[in-house]
Design a protein around this ligand. Structure first.
Ligand code: NAD
Length: 264
């Protein structure tokens, strides 16, 4: 992939540690020659993000809690001061109270519903708005979603409803920004063991289920999702927008449990 992202600069939001999907995409883009700006959420994560930024020579754009519009403004101001323009944006951020990522969706509280929608859905629109102002024509934006948006997955609950709204927002923004050649897409990643995923009830069972039943008979790696990100952010995908790209070992295509899947 050497040179594919040469001369491109972008903001990547959502690195918590070296298992974060945002980090997988950051590495793939940096390896392909991109210059990257990272944001983080809070001092505890800053300590983890700083050494990672060092590894890829990334610009530390600042602390950003996406529920605070002033902090979003501040990091995009910092990026504009540093570079002037950008070419891409990655949004790999989601949140729901852990207690509601188990049991029944119907029991979701209004408070957690609104919080989940704010952090997991609106935040992409809020950052896309700021990124649009400093993005070159022909830029690219990517967010992360999951199959629980399309079909019911156990325990995914309010996050499934949020991801459905996120996917719809991808299509609306693809239209809004398409006039300048800016593309907006989502990667629907198969399950990967990350900090956020550990909040989902029975996540290990979901990993096993996918491993046994996906067409490729295995789970996807962080590097594979990273390379899907690279594809959508690079000029390899200039004809692609408003798309939900599945990087999930093909799991989304099956209709039934595999006949030779072992019991879990
Ligand atoms: P992760 O825990 O590494 O990343 C989640 C990130 O969200 C963290 O960096 C966290 O700081 C950030 N975040 C949460 N609330 C925030 C807020 N208020 N302000 C700013 N940042 C905030 O986990 P991940 O699995 O890499 O998650 C990244 C994205 O990928 C999420 O949208 C997630 O839903 C999606 N996804 C994950 C999987 C999986 O199996 N891991 C599968 C499909 C989609």
């Amino acid at each position: 992939t050497g040179g594919l992202m040469q001369g491109k600069r972008g903001v990547i939001m959502g690195v918590a540690n070296n298992r974060s999907i945002a980090w997988g995409i950051a590495k793939a883009c940096a390896d392909a020659g991109a210059e990257i700006a990272l944001t983080w959420q809070g001092d505890a994560l800053k300590k983890r993000v700083e050494p990672l930024a060092g590894e890829i020579g990334a610009f530390l754009a600042g602390d950003c809690d996406v529920t605070d519009m002033a902090s979003i403004d501040a990091v995009f101001d910092a990026v504009e001061k540093h570079w002037g323009k950008i070419d891409f944006l990655v949004h790999a951020i989601a949140y729901s109270d852990k207690e509601e990522l188990t049991g029944r969706y119907v029991d979701t509280t209004r408070e957690n519903f609104l919080k989940s929608m704010d952090i997991s859905v609106y935040s992409f629109t809020a950052v896309a708005q700021r990124a649009d102002r400093i993005m070159n024509d022909g830029g690219s934006m990517v967010t992360l979603t999951y199959y629980g948006a399309e079909k019911v997955m156990p325990n995914y609950n309010v996050m499934g409803v949020a991801k459905a709204a996120l996917e719809a927002s991808v299509r609306y923004m693809a239209v809004d920004l398409g006039g300048r050649g800016i593309r907006v897409n989502a990667i629907s990643a198969g399950p990967i063991k990350t900090l956020a995923a550990s909040g989902i009830g029975d996540f290990r069972y979901i990993l096993k289920w996918n491993e046994y039943n996906a067409p490729l008979k295995r789970n996807v790696s962080l590097e594979e999702v990273g390379r899907s990100g690279l594809y959508l952010l690079s000029d390899l995908s200039t004809g692609v927008t408003g798309e939900v790209h599945h990087c999930d070992s093909g799991y989304h295509s099956i209709g039934m449990k595999s006949v030779d899947a072992p019991d879990i």
